[in-house]
Design a protein around this ligand. Structure first.
Ligand code: CP
Ligand code: NVA
Length: 306
């Protein structure tokens, strides 16, 4: 079908992604100055959440309202999806009534299948493989704090999960070096490592990963859907906690990002979000601005200079 989707950072060119970040910063400024900007009047976003969410739901819902449109929250429990209606049939029907659909799901193939049958843009609100909307906010936050990330070094500490996979895509699209410190057996998916090529390197020692790094990021050790592995992971990942001493080994201008929710005392020390090097709250807020830029591009494309 002809609609343009946002399932992965690789769906857009580096120039388009740069344009989205610039537009997010402009939209943030408009909001701070209380200037209304409502180009999506009459437009409706459907949001399917198969997993829990605070930030993603709120930022898409508030974002649509601020842009003059509306968002509808759909839980699979309350729709026919939860009773086995095929994804393709659901996509045909939903896209006949909506202007865009955001989906948070387990298997990434659920997204590609929905997108293949949808006549309107489909946005990845997190899958087991990728979390591209989060990376828009992360890249915006780095840009605001330190300027261009091109040529810089980023350290990913902990699980080679969906966020790590998206950092690998970001390394390609935003042109930075990524060092990943993870335990053996918890590497990111081979296809994303291969995509990043010589922009990414796996190390086992977190101190080696952060040496000279300009951005350090981590995420929970147990992602949604892995709850049964939690006890095993807690033990295995213990040497991968990000704390102030670890950040001291990075570049003096390092910033720390965490997509949240955080588990204090696990992947981060209990004091880390209070450290001045942490921009996690700004990063969370930027979900709103970055996704408004994305919605504008996908739902009212004429408005943006890409
Ligand atoms: N970072 C993030 O996606 O948060 P939520 O799970 O709260 O949406
Ligand atoms: N890796 C986490 C990210 C949550 C925003 C998860 O998938 O649960």
């Amino acid at each position: 079908m002809s609609a343009r989707h946002f399932l992965s950072l690789m769906d857009y060119s580096p120039q388009e992604l740069g344009g989205l970040i610039r537009r997010a910063i402009e939209l943030k400024d408009l909001r701070k100055r209380s200037i209304a900007h409502e180009p999506l009047q009459g437009r409706v976003l459907g949001m399917i959440f198969e997993k829990a969410s605070t930030r993603t739901r709120l930022s898409f819902e508030a974002g649509m309202i601020q842009l003059g449109g509306q968002a509808i929250f759909l839980s699979p429990r309350d729709t026919q999806l939860g009773r086995g209606e095929p994804i393709g049939d659901t996509a045909i029907v939903m896209s006949s009534m909506l202007d865009a659909v955001m989906i948070r799901t387990f298997a990434h193939s659920n997204l590609t299948e929905f997108a293949a049958h949808s006549t309107v843009p489909v946005i990845n609100g997190l899958s087991d493989d990728l979390h591209p909307c989060q990376l828009l906010a992360d890249m915006q936050t780095f840009q605001e704090a330190r300027g261009s990330i091109a040529g810089k070094t980023v350290a990913w500490i902990g699980d080679g999960n969906n966020m790590c996979n998206s950092y690998l895509e970001a390394a390609v699209q935003f042109d930075f070096q990524l060092r990943i410190a993870c335990p053996e057996g918890y590497e990111p998916k081979a296809e994303f490592l291969a995509l990043a090529g010589d922009r990414a390197r796996i190390v086992r020692d977190p101190r080696e990963a952060v040496a000279g790094a300009h951005l350090v990021s981590t995420d929970v050790w147990t992602s949604m859907g892995q709850e049964e592995e939690s006890a095993k992971r807690l033990k295995l990942f213990a040497p991968y906690q990000v704390n102030r001493a670890l950040l001291d080994a990075a570049d003096p201008q390092v910033i720390f990002l965490h997509c949240l929710p955080a588990h204090r005392g696990e992947e981060i020390s209990s004091d880390l979000l209070d450290d001045p090097r942490s921009l996690a709250w700004q990063q969370a807020e930027n979900r709103l601005h970055a996704q408004k830029a994305l919605l504008e591009l996908l739902v009212a494309p004429g408005l943006q200079r890409a």
